[in-house]
Design a protein around this ligand. Structure first.
Ligand code: G3P
Length: 219
């Protein structure tokens, strides 16, 4: 399973990249706004920190505009940047064209299995179902991941399922059980996934005992 960081904060990216298990980064216009930085400058810096796929999102609403922005981003930014495109009819058409040009894409704002299937048919490298935002409406976002994974098995689809809008560690565990290829999550969830009180307690005990071994000159 690939672990992506969902942020445009380079300090967070440096920290999680230093753990050695960061596979990619996703950004979106809201995360770029939160960073307070210039879009292309910050994406280029992110791409220099993490050599996995870095999603940079187009903001045009029409197909021609999305293609133009996608090509321009590929031209201006490092090769590991991939193009994030909204799941609209115009976005499908842009995905088809960029895929034909050998440009990797991440079709985002996916809220149904039918949208995911259509994005896959357009050749998307990744599709991004938003789990947490579905939960926010009172439905179960994880059901969507299950529906998509089942459809994928029927048709042997190679598009990767990138579970997004992750709100807590159990979202990640459930996605693992269902075989989702990738999750993108905030830094807080990386920390939550790695933290266990028994690890801290056990390590504390080992260190105290080791200090006594050293004090006895037996280290
Ligand atoms: O990358 C987009 C997605 O992960 C958004 O998450 O928390 O804004 O619903 P959230």
């Amino acid at each position: 399973m690939e672990f992506f960081l969902d942020t445009a904060d380079v300090d967070e990216i440096r920290e999680i990249a230093s753990w050695g298990i960061l596979d990619g980064v996703t950004t979106n216009p809201s995360l770029i706004k939160k960073s307070g930085r210039d879009f292309k400058t910050v994406v280029a810096e992110i791409a220099s920190i993490c050599d996995g796929p870095i999603s940079a999102e187009v903001t045009a609403m029409d197909t021609a505009g999305m293609i133009e922005q996608g090509l321009a981003l590929k031209e201006a930014l490092p090769p590991n940047v991939i193009i994030k495109i909204p799941c609209t009819p115009e976005g499908l058409a842009a995905t088809k064209v960029l895929t034909a040009a050998n440009i990797d894409t991440n079709v985002t704002l996916v809220f149904s299995a039918s949208q995911a299937l259509m994005a896959a048919k357009a050749g998307a490298t990744y599709v991004s179902p938003f789990i947490g935002r579905i939960d926010d409406t009172g439905s179960d976002g994880l059901t969507l991941i299950s529906e998509i994974m089942t459809a994928w098995e029927h048709y042997g689809i190679t598009t990767k399922v990138l579970a997004a809008s992750i709100r807590h560690p159990t979202h990640v565990l459930a996605c693992m059980q269902m075989g989702a290829h990738t999750v993108t999550m905030p830094a807080k969830i990386f920390h939550q996934l790695m933290s266990h009180p028994l690890t801290d307690k056990g390590l504390d005990g080992f260190m105290k005992d080791w200090a006594e071994v050293e004090a006895a000159g037996k280290a």
